[in-house]
Design a protein around this ligand. Structure first.
Ligand code: NAD
Length: 267
């Protein structure tokens, strides 16, 4: 059996970070060796499966020298993530980043720093394998339909609308089609906004309700038929197979890989 991959979680006390700590501890191919979070109190994190503790710190710097991980997994915020990248790549550590809100310039910098330091970086705005498949299937269908609308449904605490996944789905299917979709206007919108937002001819509708997690429907329409591709998540565990796969693959990569498509053989 090969040596387990040494993992540090950055943002370890957040909602996603806690899931990653849990999932990493349960995977025999991985070893959680440290945790970092700005709101850390104390210097140890008890492991959820009752197998002891790992070092915990507010600062990545001290953890990197102390535990020498092969991979840092980051679910924090864009600013903290970028600071993490600059430091971790200097230490020749590979990166798996789920934090959203990184700009194209940030991604260029991550690619450059990863290449210069000979490490891999996977940045995925959505680690749920089903969501990746939804976009992939929608891209296949996109060539054969002129009309499409997206309904995304999320919990009421979500800060932004439409969701990043809805926006990237719209962009991806419009790119495959090579021109905007047909967006029929109504003669009279009796309540403003009823037809949703519009991106590349794709109508985008955002539902925000307590009781929901993250859901999306891509609805293609043509004469006499519709095709609906729908993805539902019910908890944050849905992201973990994608995160664990990225950790295991990133150690063999160099430079930046965006999204999971390539890792899943979809490109
Ligand atoms: N890629 C995906 O599939 C996916 C899925 C869900 C959420 N996300 C993204 O992951 C990120 C985190 O989401 P969340 O719901 O876990 O948020 P959260 O607020 O629950 O957790 C973020 C954690 O980062 C910590 N943090 C902030 N600044 C830090 C710093 N400088 N150093 C170390 N730790 C720091 C915070 O203390 C907090 O514990 C967001 O950007 C979110 O959009 C991505």
């Amino acid at each position: 059996m090969s040596t387990p991959i040494r993992v540090v979680v950055h943002g370890a006390l957040g909602r996603m970070g806690r899931e990653v700590v849990n999932a990493t501890c349960k995977d025999p191919d991985l070893r959680l060796v440290g945790a970092v979070d700005a709101k850390a109190e104390g210097n140890t994190l008890p492991l959820p499966v009752g197998t002891g503790t790992v070092p915990l710190a507010k600062s990545l710097d001290s953890i990197l020298t102390q535990v020498q991980p092969a991979v840092v997994v980051d679910f924090s915020n864009a600013e903290a993530s970028l600071a993490m990248v600059r430091l971790a790549t200097k230490h020749k550590v590979n990166l798996v980043i789920g934090t959203t809100g990184l700009s194209p310039e940030n991604l260029d910098e991550i690619d450059r720093l990863a290449k210069v330091n000979g490490v891999g970086a996977v940045v995925a705005p959505n680690f749920a394998l089903g969501a990746v498949m939804m976009i992939h299937l929608a891209k296949i269908a996109a060539k054969y339909f002129d009309n499409v609308e997206i309904i995304e449904l999320h919990h009421d605490q979500k800060l932004d609308a439409p969701s990043g996944t809805a926006v990237s789905t719209a962009r991806a299917i419009a790119e495959v089609r090579g021109k905007p979709f047909v967006h029929p206007k109504v003669q009279k919108e009796t309540v403003g906004g009823a037809r949703g937002a519009e991106l590349q001819g794709v109508a985008l509708h955002s539902v925000r309700l307590p009781g929901l997690m993250a859901h999306q429907e891509v609805i293609f329409g043509a004469s006499g038929q519709t095709l609906i591709i729908r993805h539902d998540t019910i908890n944050r565990e849905c992201y973990m197979p994608g995160v664990l796969m990225a950790i295991k693959r990133v150690v063999d990569l160099k430079g930046l890989t965006i999204g999971l498509d390539r890792l899943l053989g979809l490109q």
